[in-house]
Design a binder for this molecule. Structure first.
Ligand SMILES: NC(=O)c1ccc[n+]([C@@H]2O[C@H](COP(=O)([O-])OP(=O)(O)OC[C@H]3O[C@@H](n4cnc5c(N)ncnc54)[C@H](O)[C@@H]3O)[C@@H](O)[C@H]2O)c1
Length: 669
């Protein structure tokens, strides 16, 4: 048999002859078995749906095989069709095709599935337990084939991982339009995801998983560093830094794993509990944590020592976070900053492990006794809340890390509600930190990827971005000086901190002006040959404008509109006709299915004059849309920022709110 090259395999798509069966590889991190939710008739429908991708001659073999997968894993991943070639973001010129933009998208897709990047690569899950790029391997193969054959006047339409096909469009249209998990609103409960995902008709795209924009842990290290730094500034009594202060949290997974590194960069002592031994080992071997401790008494004495010596250190506790909150309370270990990053957006399927049950037993229980498991999770959340309340009574600053901890704890009946019965006792990190300090001013997670895959290109972009920010800072208003300074410091240390895992990517927080100026400078550098290939621009959906999420991104919107999703929808529509190369809009992500609508974009810069026009038009909208809405919600910083934007761009005219004197409202009802 002749061996096909990488390019030939991509162009072939779904092979006409069945590839040999793949052995289930236990060395790799796999998605937990999903709950059995389909009836007999629905299971038959799931098989019928899966077989649509294959010629009839293979159906009898595959029907049996897929039914086994459904029984064994709760989903049909089509493991047999996982390609043999290495999965990673190759230099752009190694991809087959007729369209540069499509090749850049292939580069991004392969990065999201890279073993070094993805959480459950064989199940096509990039992060967050259920953040899928595709539902199965047939979808991957078909999508790559379409991208390899598409031209500059076609658009690929992606329905939740399924490539519906190529449609005629035009050069300035997006090359790909992605929707993930879009449901009729009444069908957006967690069990709806379980059911319709098992049927193979929808997927949970998280944010940057199903939109091909994940850049490994770096993205989150930056955001988390900004959060911990600013949380530290909030609790500082005399402007002191975080030296000798303790940050207690949980999770060493896809995003949560960034906490210890961010704690180190911010200069505190971090204790992070994690129940999964494999993940803890990975983080230790990657150097993302300094020490691992498995015994609670040992943890207490180690933390005491670190406090006494004001060490900057990150410690993983292999065990349940509830144990640590309770133990530190009993032993009177003062926690300065507290949070939680278990995956409570996905509470019943492996996102949260209840205390007093071993990791293995919990995995069995969630699949075989889901009702009992749910009770145990809720009991554990109530215990965790009691222990946290004890700490905050002593002065700990606790914030919700956008993982639906407070939401699920409240649903479990934990003592977590404020006196008014509407709000939670504790703020989310967006309410207190990200919202008023960053998003309202337009600062958000701007990122770029060098498709040459060459580290020296990335190095050049770091220098360019730093120069642009330093120049802009000279004339920036006082209100954003701190943000500018933090990000200049970040980009200066980026090379040294060795943050790249997977593609040659970088992130920093910038406002509309910063993003546009940096992008323009990159485009010029490509034009004059200083940078060797196209750059993909993008952002995390966790941003100013792209996401409506009342318990996270829009939790600092207080005019009642935090439960609407007009902003995210407007954003993705606006991006798509202003020059995005691909756009995506998702249900779920971060805080859970049905709890958030979020969107993003990718934009390929190729040094052309068209790219320059596109970046200016789209980035200006992509940031100022959200600022205008935040301003309308009466957020002071946003009103400041939108007035500033209107001065720069006379074609921008935004409705400003009139503020009402509180005393007028007092005796009205
Ligand atoms: N980092 C951020 O900036 C950020 C922002 C917004 C939201 N989040 C949210 O944070 C959550 C975590 O994200 P992730 O990508 O790391 O998810 P993940 O599933 O990869 O990691 C969560 C980890 O928590 C561990 N865990 C679960 N229950 C535990 C318990 N009781 N004690 C100790 N460890 C436990 C799991 O084993 C897992 O490794 C998600 O809900 C995500 O949406 C993170």
């Amino acid at each position: 048999m002749t061996i096909m090259t990488f390019q030939e395999q991509i162009k072939k798509g779904i092979p006409t002859e069945l590839p040999s069966i793949k052995k289930y590889n236990s060395d790799i991190n796999h998605a937990p078995k999903r709950k059995e939710i389909l009836s007999k008739v629905e299971k038959e429908l799931a098989i019928r749906n899966a077989l649509r991708y294959f010629e009839e001659k293979h159906h009898s073999v595959l029907a049996k095989e897929f039914s086994e997968e459904l029984k064994e894993y709760g989903r049909i991943y089509m493991y047999r069709f996982r390609p043999d070639y290495k999965m990673y973001a190759r230099p752009i010129n190694e991809y087959p095709g007729k369209c540069e933009q499509a090749k850049a998208i292939m580069h991004m897709i392969q990065n999201n599935l890279d073993y070094a990047v993805a959480q459950h690569p064989h199940e096509l899950i990039t992060y967050g337990g259920n953040g899928a790029v595709f539902m199965n391997w047939a979808q991957y193969l078909l999508t790559m084939q379409y991208l390899a054959e598409m031209t500059d006047d076609q658009t690929l339409v992606m329905y939740s991982g399924h490539p519906m096909g190529l449609f005629p469009s035009h050069k300035n249209a997006p090359r790909v339009v992605v929707t993930n998990g879009m449901m009729i609103p009444n069908y957006s409960k967690q069990d709806d995801w379980e059911k319709y995902n098992a049927l193979g008709v929808t997927q949970y795209g998280q944010m940057t998983a199903g939109s091909y924009m994940y850049i490994g842990p770096q993205g989150i290290v930056h955001g988390t560093t900004i959060t911990v730094l600013n949380a530290g500034r909030k609790i500082a009594k005399n402007g002191e830094d975080l030296a000798g202060k303790l940050f207690l949290t949980s999770g060493l997974g896809g995003m949560s794993g960034a906490q210890p590194k961010a704690g180190n960069i911010a200069g505190c002592i971090t204790v992070c509990a994690e129940v999964n031994p494999k993940i803890t080992e990975i983080r230790l071997s990657q150097g993302w944590i300094d020490e691992k401790i498995t015994d609670l008494d040992e943890l207490v004495s180690r933390v005491k020592k670190a406090k006494a010596k004001k060490e900057v250190i990150s410690i993983a506790y292999l065990g349940n976070i509830v144990e640590v909150w309770e133990k530190f309370d009993k032993e009177n270990i003062y926690v300065d900053l507290g949070s939680d990053q278990t995956s409570l957006h996905n509470p019943w399927a492996g996102g949260y492990y209840p205390v007093d049950i071993s990791f293995e037993d919990a995995n069995e229980m969630m699949a075989n006794e889901p009702d009992l498991f749910k009770n145990k999770v809720q009991e554990s959340l109530r215990r965790q809340a009691i222990a946290i309340n004890n700490h905050t009574a002593k002065g700990t600053y606790f914030f919700d890390y956008g993982n639906a901890f407070l939401l699920e704890a409240s649903r479990a009946g934990a003592d977590i509600m404020a006196k008014n019965g509407i709000d939670f006792k504790y703020p989310s990190y967006v309410q207190d930190i990200m919202g008023p300090m960053c998003f309202d001013f337009g600062f958000g997670p701007f990122r770029w990827v060098c498709t040459s895959a060459n580290p020296s290109d990335l190095e050049k972009t770091d220098v360019i971005a730093c120069e642009v920010l330093e120049e802009l800072k000279k004339n920036s208003p006082q209100e954003i000086q701190q943000q500018m300074a933090d990000n200049i410091q970040w980009i200066k240390g980026a090379q040294e901190n060795n943050l790249v895992v997977g593609s040659q990517a970088r992130i920093l927080y910038a406002d509309a002006e910063g993003r546009m100026k940096i992008a323009e400078a990159f485009n010029n550098a490509i034009k004059n040959g200083e940078i060797s290939a196209s750059i993909v621009l993008g952002r995390d959906h966790h941003d100013v404008s792209g996401t409506d999420s009342p318990y996270r991104e829009t939790s600092n919107i207080y005019d009642g509109s935090q439960f609407t999703a007009d902003m995210a929808i407007q954003n993705v529509i606006g991006d798509s006709f202003r020059g995005a190369t691909w756009v995506s809009i998702h249900n779920g992500g971060g805080v859970g299915w049905g709890e958030v609508i979020n969107g993003g974009f990718g934009m390929v810069l190729d040094g052309s004059i068209e790219a320059e026009k596109r970046l200016k038009s789209m980035l200006f909208w992509d940031v100022n849309n959200g600022i205008s809405r935040r301003n309308w919600a009466r957020n002071e910083g946003a009103t400041f920022a939108i007035k500033r934007a209107m001065k720069v761009e006379p074609k921008l005219k935004v409705t400003l709110p009139n503020l009402v004197d509180d005393s007028l409202l007092q005796d009205l009802f």
